[in-house]
Design a protein around this ligand. Structure first.
Ligand SMILES: [Zn+2]
Length: 707
């Protein structure tokens, strides 16, 4: 980007961030998630670091968000309420520490003492106590001026109305008003029954409840309060309690406040990481929402010496857990040619961090998807990556457009071979999530809800019609050797053999000889021998594998197995596909899309010649034995999902075992799954299983089951 585009981008980011902040803090109605907001803010911060000439201390990002509402009495904070900066990775955390240490040249140590605590997902509040009695409670507002919500706060049972002696004459306490998960769940259930709108999260619910004019309504919401800071305290003898952040927590507890029980003093930044890791493991089981961990420089004197940068004190930082959503700019849309010749558009973007990994591209599946999203090259988009799921583009932030975005058009010819393009209709299962849908005109403000729906949709796919297309061939070769389990032939070796003219198609692999390979640079006798041996060993193949390897449209491993079991021999299947359509149509589990593609495939002379060539070159297709296991096996009718690494058994072994006993192995967990076999590092499939109440087996239980 040139300088003027960067300036324009900064202006766009500023105005969008300001709009979102207003929606979030003033109206309690975020129309995007926090993750999107964080991601945009992060991009702006990075741009300003590289181009400080565009920095502006009056810009909205340098002000604390949240305008006080007119309906409440406005109060000026005696001590300004700052906000907290964010870091998203260990590297950023270390950089934060390094910057701070540089500002403290007289420090004797290489590290600082810290106090780590949970970052509650709620509404920040200031409480003033005079003569031991609760005198006033104020929202953060814009940090300088907040709203007096004392009457509403008095309804929260975890805010003491009076202290037991001894207490300081005057004290200002800060903390977070939250709604516990079970309370929120119940409230949403009631709202749903009454046809009211649902709260998206605990923060929204707490904020919405406390900003009701009628305290009775606030009382019904059963909020809670956690205290974490003392902003000021009167009286000489009380000063020792504010020397350290950890001591403040102790005093707060003594005064009768609920404080974070996980909070901990740590001695260096590595210890911080341990804390972050520990909390990430208990996070889901907490009965309130958190969105990260807060790290304070523990000693108040050092904290104050570090000062404030913009709107954030330097001595405190929030570590946010990896977001499953992030924003980025689509730099280009490229076309991938798959082994079936299908052209798949691929979005290429500025690398961005999602769910802990850097992502730079995502498949867009097909043209319909691009049109549904109204995605253009140059757009700012929201990408999502949950667990081990592949990243996808879920939304276009159209407000970030500059007018220079370009619409994408499918090429008229194949980008790999210039062959002509054919259009075909296919059916695809689509899951659409509309999150953060705002619905105005509701008493108490605007709330957000989440909706998801699933539907089958016909879509148009584009195919390269050239059977000799090199892109198609290369993908197909890779698919073929992986199904035949010829592990010695990786993609690089395959393309080398092609370049050397040793192979033109997959059937040629079986004619390779040692003398062909050994003289090639970087190969030699030994590796040539290994390759030839492996190919020899893999010439005998089951009908399932053979059908799967052919790369017939819509025929994956499971479908290939169903076909093999039904027909028994390749000849019968070919005969049926060429003559007797009815039989292909009537097989269990086989839909019309598959039977149609079988007919097309086996009526193409090129494909029949390829099969002939494979056989001539020594490939032997084993007759499928009548599957007794399927009829009588002890796992008959059961379906399994495998996830994680089993300690003593490879995934492939477990799969074979299940199939040999008549069970089925499927890729994703649904409520129809019988068991999930979970090893080490199981990932999102285990979570899904727990959510859906599917039984989970560890290796031992699985071993017992299969005997
Ligand atoms: Zn092509």
């Amino acid at each position: 980007m040139d300088k003027s585009s960067i300036q324009k981008r900064i202006t766009k980011l500023r105005s969008e961030i300001a709009r979102l902040r207003d929606a979030y803090h003033t109206k309690n109605a975020p129309d995007v998630t926090d993750e999107v907001y964080d991601s945009l803010t992060r991009e702006l911060k990075e741009l300003l670091q590289n181009y400080p000439e565009f920095d502006d201390s009056n810009a909205p990002e340098n002000r604390v968000a949240g305008k006080p509402l007119d309906k409440f009495v406005k109060v000026k904070h005696e001590v300004k309420m700052f906000s907290i900066g964010n870091v998203f990775s260990a590297e950023e955390l270390f950089a934060w520490e390094k910057r701070n240490l540089k500002l403290l040249p007289n420090l004797q140590k290489q590290s600082l003492d810290y106090f780590c605590e949970l970052k509650f997902d709620g509404l920040a509040i200031s409480l003033i106590y005079e003569d031991g009695k609760f005198a006033r409670g104020v929202t953060r507002g814009d940090g300088e001026i907040g709203e007096d919500i004392t009457q509403n706060l008095k309804t929260i049972k975890t805010i003491p109305l009076a202290f037991e002696a001894p207490y300081p004459e005057r004290i200002e306490i800060r903390g977070e008003a939250i709604m516990k998960k079970n309370v929120l769940k119940k409230l949403n259930e009631e709202n749903e029954k009454e046809g009211k709108l649902l709260f998206a999260n605990s923060r929204n619910a707490a904020a919405g409840s406390l900003r009701q004019l009628d305290p009775k309504l606030a009382e019904e919401r059963h909020l809670d309060f956690f205290a974490y800071e003392i902003a000021q305290i009167k009286g000489e003898k009380w000063q020792k309690y504010v020397d350290k952040h950890s001591l403040k927590h102790e005093l707060l507890k003594k005064l009768g406040f609920a404080v974070d029980v996980y909070a901990k003093e740590v001695v260096d930044s590595k210890d911080i990481l341990n804390f972050i890791d520990k909390i990430s493991k208990v996070r889901d089981s907490l009965d309130f929402g958190i969105d990260g961990v807060v790290i304070n420089v523990n000693e108040t004197k050092i904290f104050e010496n570090l000062g404030v940068a913009g709107k954030d004190p330097r001595g405190i930082i929030a570590f946010k857990y990896p977001a499953e959503k992030a924003t980025t700019i689509v730099k280009d849309i490229l076309i991938n040619v798959g082994r079936t010749g299908v052209l798949t558009p691929l979005a290429v973007f500025e690398p961005t961090l999602v769910a802990g990994s850097r992502v730079s591209k995502a498949t867009l599946h097909n043209m319909d998807q691009i049109e549904r999203l109204d995605l253009r090259i140059g757009d700012t988009v929201v990408i999502e990556k949950a667990g081990d799921v592949i990243p996808k583009v879920v939304e276009v932030l159209t407000r970030m457009r500059t007018g220079k975005e370009k619409k994408f058009k499918m090429p008229k010819t194949c980008p790999a071979c210039r062959g002509s393009i054919e259009k075909k209709e296919t059916s695809a299962q689509i899951r659409e999530i509309s999150s953060g849908l705002t619905l105005p005109g509701v008493p108490g403000g605007t709330h957000t809800i989440q909706k998801s729906r699933e539907f089958a949709q016909m879509s148009v796919a584009y195919y390269c019609s050239n059977p000799k297309c090199p892109a198609k061939n290369e993908r197909y070769l890779e698919h073929f050797v992986s199904v035949f389990e010829i592990y010695e032939l990786g993609p690089k070796i395959l393309s080398r053999f092609k370049d050397e003219g040793l192979i033109t198609d997959a059937a040629d692999i079986f004619t390779l000889e040692k003398v062909d390979i050994a003289p090639l640079e970087r190969f030699g006798e030994k590796s040539a021998e290994n390759i030839i041996k492996e190919i020899e060993n893999k010439k005998h193949v089951s009908l399932t594998r053979f059908l799967w390897a052919l790369g017939i449209l819509h025929v994956g491993e499971e479908t290939a197995r169903d076909l093999a079991e039904h027909f028994g021999t390749l000849e019968k299947l070919i005969f049926s596909a060429r003559q007797d359509l009815a039989e292909v149509d009537n097989i269990e589990n086989i839909g019309p899309a598959v039977s149609k593609s079988l007919v097309v495939f086996f009526n193409d002379k090129n494909n029949l010649n390829f099969i002939k060539k494979l056989k001539k070159n020594g490939v032997v297709v084993e007759k499928a034995e009548e599957n007794l296991a399927k009829r009588n096996g002890k796992l008959k009718g059961l379906s399994f999902v495998l996830t994680g690494t089993l300690p003593n058994m490879s995934r492939e072994m477990a799969k074979k075992k299940i199939i040999s006993l008549g069970g089925k192995v499927v890729g994703s967990v649904s409520k129809n799954t019988s068991y999930v076999v979970a090893g080490v590092d199981p990932g999102s499939k285990l979570k899904n299983a727990e959510k859906l109440g599917v039984k989970v087996l560890d290796e031992k239980k699985f071993q017992n089951m299969i005997g």
